[in-house]
Ligand binder design. Structure first.
Ligand code: C2E
Ligand code: MG
Ligand code: MG
Length: 753
C-alpha cells in the first residue's frame, strides 16, 4: 500500500515537473512568437509610415504642379494683353504696375529681345546669371529660384512674349518664398519639403529644412552619396513611378526618411520631403503602445482564465482529496488515508507502536432506536474525543460506520496501554451536561489491540487488531482484547469447526436437549425449550454459545434450526402416536432466517411431515432480531401466526427493545431475560428491578401476552415471580437442559403417566 503510495507520489512529482517544463516551453514559444510578431508588426508600421510619406509628397507635388501651371497661365494672359496694347517698352511699365497688384505678384518685368529690362520699379532684374532667360527667349516656360538683395529669396517664372508667332521678349514674375511656401503644406514638426530641379538645384525650400539635415545644406546633403544609404531601388522606382521613399542614415547615425515625387507637367522638378525618424518613431510608438495595451488586456484576460481554471483545478483536487482521504461525517482521516499514513510511520520505525481498533457494541440498534441523526451525533462525539486523545506522532481515523482506529506510541507495558485506552472510553461515555449526546444512551466498546513488531505490513497489522476486536462481541462491558497467538489459534479452531459442521450434522453429532418450562402456580411442566448441543468426537460437548454465532456467520444455522425442529416434531409425533398428551415445545430461530423468503414454508413442511398440529410448536425469536428489517420481520411473524404456530420473544430486556415495539408485534409469549432477575435475588420487596419486572409483567398481560421468566435459579426468584403473577418459569431451579429421553421420563413422571 505504502509502496503504491510512494510510487504514486513519485509519479505525481514526475508529472508535475513534466507539466512545468511543458508550460515553460510553451511560454518560451509564445514569447518568441510575440517578439517575432512584434518585429513584423513594427516593420509593417514602418512600411505604413513610408507609404503615408510617399502619398503626402505626391499630393504636395500635385499642388505645386497646379500652382506653377496657374502662374504660367496668368503670365501668358498678361504678356498677350501687354504685347497687344502697348508692346514691350516703357509704355508697358504702367500696365505692369497695375497688373502686379491685381495678380498679387511681388515683382513683374519684361525683357525685350535686346535684353532690355522693363519692370514696374524701373530696375533691372538683379540675378540674370541664375535665371535662364535664353530658354524663355527660345519659347520655353522657365521657373527658377532667385535670390537677390532687393527682392530677396523667391521664385522667378518666365514666359515668352509673342506677337503672333514671333517672340518679341520675355515676361518675368517673381513671387516671394513665403507666399509659395503655403503650397508645401507640411504640418509643424512632421517634416519639411523642398522643391528641387533635376540638377539638384533648390527651387523652393522651407526655413526649417536645414534642421532636418542636421546642420548640412541641401547641396551638402545631396552630395553625400555613400554616407547615407537610401534604398537601392530608390532610383529605379523614381524612374518607374515618378516617386520613391527611402530611409537614410545621417552621419550622426540618425535616421532620416526621404521621399520624392516628380511635379506633374514639370518633369524637371521634384518635391522632396524629409521627415526625421523621430516623427515616424512617434507614430510607430503610438501604434505599438496601442498593440502593447491590447496585449496587456489579452494577457490579463488569459491570465484571468488560466487563474480561474487553476482555482477550479485546485478546488477539484481538494474535493477529490477530501472525498478520498477525509471522512465526510467526522472530518477524521478516511480508511485509505489512515492506512497510508500508518504504513509510513510504521516503516520509519522510530517508535514502537500499537494498533488499536474499536467499535460500538450494537451501534446498529442505536441508529434504529434513536434515529440516524442521533447516531451521527454519537459518532462525532467519539471522533472529537479520539482526536483530542491522540498525541503528536500518533494517528486516528474512522474506518467505517462505528469502527474507529488509532496508531498509538507503545513504549510502556501492556497494562499502561490498556489503562490509557480505558481512559479514552471513560472520557467518551462521561455524562455530559443535560441534553448532551451521551445522556440518552450509554455505550460499550469492543476493542482489539495489536502491538506492532517492527516494520510490518499495515494489512497484517489491521487484520490482527480486528481479530482481537471481534473476539469480544458478546460482552456487555467495554473490553480490550490484545492480539496474541492463542487468539489466532482459537480462530483457526473456529474455522475448523465451521468446516466440520456439515459432516457432524449428517453424522448425528448435534444433539437436541430439552429444558422444561413450569407453570408458576401448579409448578408442573407445561412445555419445554429445545436447545442444541454438539457432541464433538474430540472436543467433547460444545455449547451453542460457542458455535451458534459461527454458524450465524456462515448461514449454517438454518440447517441446525430445521434439524432441531425435525427432532422436536419427531418427539411430539411419537407422543401423539403413543397416547402421551403433547405439550408445546419451543424452537429457537436465528435472526438469519429473516432474510429467507420461504422460511415459513420450509418450517411448515417439516411440521406437517410429522403430522404435528402447529399449536404444539413455538418459535423463539431473540429480542435483537426485532430491531432490524421491521417490515420483513412483521411479514414473517404474520406468516408464522397465520400457519398456526405460537411465537415468543426471547431474551426480552437484554438489549434495547422498547415496550412500544411490543404493541405492534403478534407475540404470544414474552420471555424475560435472566438479567431481569439479577436484582430480584434479595428478599426485599421494593427493589428497583422488582418494580420493573412487576410492571413489565402487568403490561405484557395487558397486551394479552403470557410471560415466562428465564434463568430462574433460586427459590427467592421463584417466589417473587409467583407474587408478580408471572405465568411460566424456566431455569436451573427446576431443571437444566437435558437429553430427550431424560426429559421424556421427567415429563411423564411429572404428569404421573
Ligand atoms: P436461549 O434461547 O435464551 O436459551 C436459554 C439459555 O439459557 C440456554 O443456554 C440455557 O441452558 C440457559 N439457561 C437456562 N436456564 C438457566 C439458568 O437458570 N441459569 C443460567 N445461567 N442459564 C440458564 P444454551 O443452551 O447454552 O443456549 C444458549 C443460546 O444459544 C440460546 O439462548 C439460544 O439463543 C442459542 N441456541 C441454543 N440452541 C439453539 C438452536 O437450536 N437454534 C438457535 N438458533 N439458537 C440456539
Ligand atoms: Mg431461547
Ligand atoms: Mg433466552
Amino acid at each position: 500500500m505504502s509502496r503504491d503510495y510512494k510510487t504514486d507520489k513519485k509519479a505525481n512529482r514526475k508529472r508535475h515537473t513534466t507539466g512545468l517544463l511543458l508550460l515553460c516551453l510553451l511560454f518560451i514559444i509564445v514569447g518568441v512568437g510575440i517578439m517575432f510578431g512584434l518585429d513584423n508588426t513594427r516593420k509593417g508600421l514602418v512600411e505604413d509610415c513610408e507609404n503615408a510619406l510617399l502619398w503626402e509628397v505626391q499630393l504636395t507635388a500635385r499642388e505645386v504642379s497646379d500652382d506653377i501651371e496657374n502662374r504660367f497661365v496668368a503670365l501668358e494672359t498678361i504678356q498677350e494683353m501687354i504685347v497687344q496694347t502697348c508692346g514691350i517698352g516703357p509704355e508697358a511699365m504702367k500696365t505692369l504696375a497695375a497688373t502686379k497688384i491685381r495678380y498679387g505678384m511681388d515683382y513683374l518685368a519684361m525683357i525685350d529681345t535686346e535684353y532690355t529690362y522693363y519692370d514696374n520699379e524701373g530696375d533691372i532684374i538683379p540675378d540674370t546669371q541664375t535665371v535662364n532667360i535664353e530658354a524663355a527667349m527660345a519659347g520655353k516656360r522657365v521657373v527658377a529660384r532667385s535670390v537677390d538683395e532687393v527682392s530677396g529669396d523667391g521664385v522667378v517664372f518666365m514666359v515668352p512674349c509673342k506677337d503672333g508667332e514671333e517672340i518679341v521678349g520675355v515676361l518675368a514674375a517673381k513671387t516671394s518664398r513665403e507666399k509659395l511656401l503655403d503650397k508645401l503644406s507640411v504640418k509643424p514638426q512632421e517634416g519639411t519639403d523642398l522643391v528641387v530641379d533635376t540638377y539638384g538645384n533648390v527651387v523652393l525650400m522651407a526655413d526649417d529644412f536645414g534642421n532636418y539635415l542636421e546642420g548640412m545644406s541641401w547641396d551638402e546633403f545631396s552630395q553625400k552619396g555613400d554616407s547615407w544609404k537610401p534604398k537601392k531601388e530608390f532610383d529605379e522606382e523614381m524612374q518607374l513611378k515618378g516617386c520613391a521613399v527611402a530611409a537614410a542614415m545621417s552621419k550622426a547615425g540618425k535616421e532620416i526618411y526621404f521621399a520624392a515625387a516628380k511635379v506633374d507637367g514639370y518633369e524637371d522638378f521634384f518635391v522632396v520631403r524629409l521627415t526625421s525618424s523621430e516623427v515616424v518613431e512617434k507614430e510607430i510608438r503610438q501604434s505599438m503602445d496601442r498593440i502593447y495595451f491590447l496585449m496587456v488586456i489579452m494577457a490579463i484576460s488569459i491570465g484571468g482564465v488560466v487563474a480561474s481554471a487553476l482555482v477550479v483545478c485546485v478546488r477539484n483536487r481538494v474535493e477529490i482529496y477530501n472525498t478520498a482521504y477525509v471522512d465526510q461525517l467526522t472530518g477524521l482521516p478516511s480508511k485509505a488515508k489512515h492506512k497510508m499514513d500508518a504504513q509510513e510511520l510504521i516503516n520509519k520505525n522510530e517508535d514502537k507502536y500499537a494498533y488499536v481498533t474499536f467499535d460500538v457494541d450494537n451501534f446498529k440498534y442505536v441508529n434504529e432506536m434513536f434515529g440516524y441523526e442521533y447516531g451521527n451525533k454519537v459518532l462525532n462525539h467519539i471522533a472529537k474525543n479520539i482526536r483530542e486523545f491522540v498525541k503528536n506522532g500518533e494517528l486516528c481515523a474512522r474506518i467505517a460506520s462505528d469502527n474507529f482506529a488509532m496508531l498509538l506510541i507503545d513504549e510502556g507495558t501492556q497494562k499502561e496501554l490498556e489503562t490509557r485506552i480505558y481512559d479514552l472510553f471513560k472520557k467518551i461515555t462521561e455524562p455530559g451536561k443535560p441534553g448532551e449526546v451521551l445522556n440518552i444512551c450509554s455505550l460499550n466498546f469492543s476493542c482489539g489491540v495489536y502491538r506492532i513488531d517492527g516494520k510490518q505490513d499495515i494489512n497484517v497489522v489491521r487484520a490482527n487488531a480486528n481479530l482481537a476486536r471481534t473476539e469480544n462481541k458478546k460482552s456487555v462491558i467495554d473490553e480490550i482484547i490484545f492480539y496474541d497467538e492463542k487468539l489466532k489459534a482459537r480462530r483457526v479452531e473456529e474455522k475448523e469447526l465451521e468446516y466440520e459442521a456439515e459432516g457432524a450434522l449428517i453424522n448425528g453429532d448435534f444433539l437436541v436437549y430439552f429444558q422444561p418450562k413450569y407453570d408458576v402456580e401448579t409448578e408442573k411442566i407445561i412445555g419445554a425449550e429445545a436447545l442444541v448441543r454438539w457432541l464433538h468426537p474430540v472436543k467433547g460437548m460444545l455449547s451453542p454459545a460457542l458455535f451458534v454465532p459461527l454458524f450465524e456467520g456462515n448461514g449454517f444455522i438454518t440447517e441446525i434450526d430445521l434439524y432441531v425442529l425435525d427432532r422436536v416434531c419427531e418427539l411430539i409425533e411419537s407422543w401423539i402416536k403413543n397416547g402421551v398428551p403433547p405439550i408445546c415445545i419451543s424452537v429457537n430461530l436465528s435472526r438469519i432466517h429473516l432474510y429467507e423468503r420461504d422460511l415459513v414454508k420450509r418450517l411448515s413442511e417439516v411440521v406437517s411431515r410429522h403430522n404435528v398440529p402447529p399449536e404444539y410448536i413455538e418459535f423463539e425469536l431473540t429480542e435483537s432480531a426485532f430491531y432490524e428489517e421491521t417490515e420483513n420481520l412483521l411479514r414473517i411473524m404474520a406468516e408464522i401466526k397465520a400457519s398456526g404456530f405460537r411465537l415468543s420473544m426471547d431474551d426480552f430486556g437484554s438489549g434495547y427493545s422498547s415496550l412500544n415495539l411490543l404493541r405492534r408485534l403478534p407475540v404470544d409469549v414474552l420471555k424475560l431475560d435472566k438479567v431481569f432477575l439479577e436484582d430480584c435475588e434479595e428478599g426485599e420487596d421494593e427493589t428497583r428491578g422488582k418494580r420493573i419486572v412487576t410492571h413489565v409483567i402487568s403490561m405484557a398481560k395487558d397486551l394479552k401476552m403470557e410471560v415466562l421468566a428465564e434463568g430462574v435459579e433460586t427459590s427467592n426468584q421463584k417466589e417473587f415471580l409467583q407474587n408478580a403473577k408471572c405465568d411460566m418459569i424456566q431455569g436451573y431451579y427446576y431443571a437444566r437442559p437435558m437429553p430427550i429421553n431424560e426429559f421424556e421420563l421427567l415429563y411423564k413422571s411429572d404428569k404421573s403417566l
